[in-house]
Ligand binder design. Sequence first.
Ligand code: HEC
Length: 172
Amino acid sequence: MKALRVMFLTAVVLAISANAQAPASAQDATAFPADYKTKFTNYLSLDRTQNNDQIIRLFANDKALAAAKAGEKLPDGSVIVGEIYKARLDKDGKPVVSTLGRKIRDKLAVIAVMERRDGFGKDLPQELQNDGWDFAAFKPDGSSAGKDLNQCRACHAPLTDTQHLFSLQHMK
Ligand code: HEC
């Protein structure tokens, strides 16, 4: 009887601790911002610095842009969207460069999202914390792209001077 009770309590504790981890690792804690194309502003489009064969178009909602322009901390509810496109490739698999010296957009591959929610991520290890920013990655149809979100967190986390954003200067 006692053994059973111990087993039961252990199961409860395990269930609770698994649940406590859930918000940080869950794929879909940030919802797909379905209206970004009409409601958000496209503040920057560029050949990606991160990946040679990709192009990124960046969008932000009004509250994020207003705070960035005022030089303030982007508030709870700020959302930034990165549409990541494949670059058109030549027959050798190298990105085609246009006469403007730019890569050419091919298919939309992933929609990367950052959303700031007050207090989010406090349970994450320090090197994965982004001061309330959560990350998500979607397929063009809005379903989860199944990415390891801790990779997103690890690369953006060191940017403490620019609110964990690479493109903050372009929002002003
Ligand atoms: C190895 C570094 C690295 C990783 C991993 C990474 N990013 Fe980024 N991210 C960047 C860089 C660099 C930019 C600036 C634009 C560019 O050159 O692509 C950026 C820009 C962004 C932006 C626009 C806001 C900003 O910071 O300027 C969003 C949103 C974003 N990334 C989301 C994600 C998501 C979601 C993931 C994981 C699926 C992710 N990132 C993984 C480096 C990274």
